[in-house]
Structures are given as C-alpha cells and as structure tokens.
Design a protein around this ligand. Structure first.
Ligand code: NAD
Ligand code: TDX
Length: 331
C-alpha cells in the first residue's frame, strides 16, 4: 500500500512511520507542517525509497488533493496536541483539528480513499478515582479542554462523513502515550529531561490525577491492525491497562534515575484538569485480536529514560523555551 501519514514528524506519527518500515512493505508519504511540535530528525535514518517527506499544512486543500491522488490509505495523526497550549491559545486547535480534519475528509470523499482518524480518550471527559467503570466505545462524549473538544469535534465530523457520504473511515481513541520522540512539553519527557538537567520535576497540584499509559509502539501496532482488519464506520478504543497516578510516575522516574523519590516540586494545577482516564480495549482485543507488547510500564519507562539520555541533541533545542513557557504560568 501507499500510505499518506499526516503529522508523521510528530511524536506518535513518527513512531508509526518507524513501525510501518519495520513491520510491512508499505511506502509512506508524510505530510507535516513542522510546527513547533514537528521534527524531521524523528524520521532520520529511514530509507528514502520507502519514506517521502512533504512539508505542508493539512488545511491546504490543493496540496491535500494532490497527495490523496497518490495514496491508497490515509492515517491522520496531525493535530495540535497539548492541553496546556490549548488553554493559552485555542485558535490553532480549531484550525488544525477541525478545519484540517474537514479538509482531509473532503479529499477522502472525492477520492474514495480509506481513512483512519487518530483520536484520544480525552473526548470522553474524566472518571472519578474510585469509579469501577472505564471508557468504552459507547461512553458519551464529554470533553473538558479546548484541545479535547476540538478532537471530539473532529471525531464527529468523521462519523458524519461516513454516514452522509460513505467515506470509508475508522476511528481510534487511545490513552496517554509514552516512548521516544515525545516533545519535552509533555509530562514524562519533561520530568526525565528536568532530572538530566538538574531541575526538580514539576507535579501539577497534588498529583493524584491518573493517566492510562501505553507505549507508542503498541499504539502503532493497534492502528496497523485497525487499518488491516477494522470494520468501516467503527470506533476502536486503544489501551494497555496502564493506570498510574502522576505522583507514582514522577516517583518512579526519580527512582529509576537514581534520585530520591521525593525530589520533586508541587506547582500550580492545570485549569479544568481531568482527574482520571481509563480505557477498556476489549473490543479491539476480541474482535481484531490485538494485544500490547509492552506489558511492563516500568521496563518501557526505563528504556524511554535511556532514549532521552542518549538523544540530548534531539530534545535540547526545545527545552529552554518549553521551561520558560511553564515558568510564566507558575508551572
Ligand atoms: P505531536 O504534537 O507530537 O505531533 C503533531 C504533529 O502534527 C507535528 O509533527 C506537527 O508538526 C503536525 N501538525 C500540526 N499541525 C499541522 C497542520 N496544520 N498540518 C500538518 N501538520 C501539522 O502530537 P502527538 O502526541 O504525536 O499526537 C498525534 C495524534 O495522536 C494527535 O491527533 C493526538 O490527538 C493523538 N493522541 C495523542 C496521544 C498522546 O498521548 N500524545 C494520545 C491519544 C491520541
Ligand atoms: O509538568 C507537568 N506536570 C504534570 O503534573 C505536565 C506537563 C503535566 N502534568 C500532568 C497533567 C496530566 O495529568 O501530567 C498528566 C499528563 O499530562 P500531559 O503529558 O500534558 O498529557 P495529557 O494532558 O494527559 O494529554 C495527553 O494524553 C492524551 C496528550 O498530550 C494528548 O494529546 C492526548 O490526547
């Protein structure tokens, strides 16, 4: 297949491109605007006969039209992805997540292209810490932030284009990813690179908030499974049973990096901070036979710490500006 991967120079998109090159014979065209979050270095070393890079915006209808003409399937990762930025300036989230997804759907409609839309568990809002329930494909949408509301809007556009125009699309909603190539603005890389730099990790509020962690490579294998075997029009939740409180994660990072487990600071909480996410991925596992490979969060985290230690050239250029942004917000 000839795949078009939007956002393929970002964290999860680049992990997916590496996964495709390693596990399939597909060729890939990456369409990425290289915003502050995109990094060509995340695709370094991949064979040029398998991976082509096009710098451009998913809201550019003429470019999108041209690239769809040469694609058998499209996997759509491109997004503004950071909640804290969406609280500061929501506008780019509307442009990319809503108008960008609309632009791609219109091209998929014209070309009849198979389309897979990447989304997040945040569209379902949050759960109480002691709620025995987890999110399923039938949980009502209840997003909290400008980021998650634009992702929810983009999911609903996909569903409408399937029903009204017969677009051959699937959707996946995944929990929090960790692994190599994640921007230092995000929780886990921020704390790892803080420790490397001798800065104390920063925990929002009390740190009781729970996230359901999955390794980015497991997300990639799930997306490939859905692309190959998923039923058109269906939504699949992706998760690896990795619930941990933020406090536990910070303490684990410090311990794995040889520091006292309590050597972190509590900082200002995030406005509207979702309390807990938890994914029930039974549908994907039972209907499509997918299972995660990284069962052990501690092992995956240790490997991620090693990656950031070994790849300071990759993350250092963004570190100071990221910390200056947070310092301005008391975080
Ligand atoms: P990221 O911010 O690391 O990467 C986003 C990429 O999209 C960047 O390379 C950026 O340059 C590109 N991009 C942004 N706007 C663009 C535009 N208008 N046109 C073309 N390219 C553009 O994000 P990520 O964490 O890799 O997330 C990728 C996708 O996965 C997003 O759709 C996100 O909602 C979803 N998701 C992320 C997580 C997570 O834990 N990070 C979990 C579930 C779902
Ligand atoms: O310095 C920090 N300290 C801290 O306590 C940062 C950056 C975050 N946090 C907390 C906030 C969250 O409870 O850690 C948790 C994770 O934060 P983020 O990495 O910002 O992720 P989150 O807001 O949970 O959203 C992520 O998962 C779902 C991705 O960024 C989204 O793109 C995805 O949809």
């Amino acid at each position: 297949m000839r795949l078009l991967v939007t956002g393929g120079a970002g964290f999860i998109g680049s992990n997916f491109v590496h996964h495709i090159v390693e596990h399939t014979d597909h060729t890939v065209t990456v369409l990425d605007a290289l915003t502050y979050a995109g990094n060509r270095a995340s695709l370094a070393g991949l064979p040029s006969e398998r991976v082509r890079f096009v710098r451009g915006d998913i809201t550019d209808a003429a470019l999108v039209e041209e690239l769809f003409a040469g694609a058998d399937a499209v996997v759509h990762y491109a997004a503004e992805s950071h909640n804290d930025n969406s609280l500061d300036d929501p506008r780019p989230f509307l442009d990319t997540n809503i108008i960008g997804t609309y632009t791609l759907l219109e091209a998929a409609r014209r070309h009849g292209t198979r389309f897979h839309h990447i989304s997040t568990d945040e569209v379902y809002g949050d759960l109480e810490l002691d709620d025995p329930a987890r999110f399923t494909e039938t949980t009502p949408y209840n997003p909290s932030s400008p980021y998650s509301s634009t992702k929810a809007g983009s999911d609903l556009l996909v569903r409408a284009w399937v029903r009204s125009f017969g677009v051959r699309a699937t959707i996946s909603n995944c929990s929090n990813n960790y692994g190599p190539y994640q921007h230092v603005e995000k929780f886990i890389p921020r704390q790892i690179t803080n420790v490397i730099r001798g800065i104390r990790p920063k925990l929002y509020g009390a740190g009781a908030n729970v996230r359901d962690w999955i390794h980015a490579d497991d997300h990639s294998s799930a997306v490939l499974t859905i692309l190959e075997k998923g039923r058109i029009g269906e939504t699949y939740l992706i998760g690896a049973d990795g619930e941990r409180s933020n406090r536990d994660v910070v303490e684990l990072i410090l311990t794995l990096m040889g520091q006292p487990a309590d050597a972190y600071d509590h900082v200002a909480d995030r406005a509207g901070h979702d309390l807990r996410y938890a994914i029930d991925s039974s549908k994907l596992r039972s209907e499509l036979g997918w299972a995660p490979r990284f069962g052990d969060f501690e092992g995956g985290l240790a490997a991620t710490i090693d990656w950031y230690r070994d790849n300071e050239d990759w993350w250092a250029p963004a570190k100071d500006a990221t910390e200056a942004f947070y310092a301005g917000k008391g975080q």
